[in-house]
Ligand binder design. Structure first.
Ligand code: GAR
Length: 213
C-alpha cells in the first residue's frame, strides 16, 4: 500500500475521509504521519483516535519558510514516506517552497474548495459565492510553488444559487471533497496518473477484457 503523510491545519474532515476509505479497504494507502502547523488542529485528534503518529511543527519556530520546510521534510522522511510515497495536503494553509517540493517530486497533492484556477486562497467557497458564479466545486491537484496551483487531477462541480453564501456553499463542496480526494489518492496508489506538460492523464484500470477470468 502507498505510504502517505497528511498535512493539516484545521478540522481534518478530509483526513477523516481518507482514514475511513482506508478502513473500508477501498483506498490502498497507509497514513504514516499526520503533521499540523497548529497545535490545536482537530485533525490531530482524529489521527490520535486511529493510532496514527502525529507531529506538530509550528512555522513560527523557524526563521524562514525554507527552514520550516526542511523540518517538515525531515519529519516525513523519518516516518517512512519518501519520493515513492505521497504527501497529502488536507486543509494545510501554507505555501511550500522548492525545499519541500524537490524532496517529493510530483508527489505532493492538495485539495481546494473551488474550481481552480478560479478562486484560489483561503476563502475559495465564499469568494465564488460572493462573485455570483452558478457553478463551483473542488479541485484536487499536484502542488507546485504557487498557492492552490498545479496540474489538475480531478474536479467536481456543485450548483450555486443567488443568495447562497460561503456558509451554504462550503458544506455542499466539502461533501464532494470527501468523495474525490480518496479517489485521486487511490489513482496514485494504483500508479495510474502521468503528467504531460500540465496535463494529468488517467490510465484505464484493470487488465484488458480478454485476460479477465
Ligand atoms: C477544505 O475545504 C479544503 O478544501 C480547504 O480547507 C478545508 C479543510 O477542511 N483548503 C483550502 O482552502 C486550500 N486553499 P478539513 O480540515 O475539514 O479537511
Amino acid at each position: 500500500s502507498l505510504p502517505i503523510a497528511v498535512l493539516v491545519s484545521g478540522s481534518g474532515s478530509n483526513l477523516q475521509s481518507i482514514i475511513d476509505r482506508i478502513a473500508e479497504g477501498v483506498l490502498d494507502a497507509e497514513i504514516r504521519l499526520v503533521v499540523s502547523n497548529r497545535a490545536g488542529a482537530f485533525g490531530l485528534e482524529r489521527a490520535r483516535k486511529h493510532n496514527i503518529p502525529t507531529k506538530v511543527l509550528l512555522h513560527t519556530d523557524y526563521p524562514t519558510r525554507e527552514a520550516f520546510d526542511a523540518a517538515l521534510v525531515d519529519s516525513i522522511h523519518k516516518a517512512g514516506v519518501d519520493k515513492g510515497g505521497l504527501v497529502v495536503m488536507a486543509g494545510f494553509m501554507r505555501i511550500v517552497t522548492p525545499v519541500f517540493l524537490s524532496a517529493f517530486p510530483h508527489r505532493v497533492v492538495n485539495i481546494h474548495p473551488a474550481l481552480l484556477p478560479a478562486f484560489p486562497g483561503v476563502h475559495g467557497q465564499a469568494d465564488a459565492a460572493d462573485y455570483g458564479v452558478k457553478i463551483s466545486g473542488c479541485t484536487v491537484h499536484f502542488v507546485d510553488e504557487e498557492m492552490d496551483h498545479g496540474p489538475v487531477i480531478i474536479q467536481a462541480a456543485v450548483p450555486c444559487q443567488a443568495g447562497e453564501d460561503g456558509n451554504v456553499l462550503g458544506p455542499r463542496i466539502l461533501k464532494l471533497e470527501h468523495r474525490v480526494y480518496p479517489q485521486a489518492i487511490q489513482w496514485i496508489a494504483e500508479d495510474r496518473l502521468t503528467i504531460r506538460d500540465r496535463h494529468v492523464d488517467l490510465k484505464v484500470s484493470g487488465r484488458p477484457k480478454a485476460e479477465q477470468p
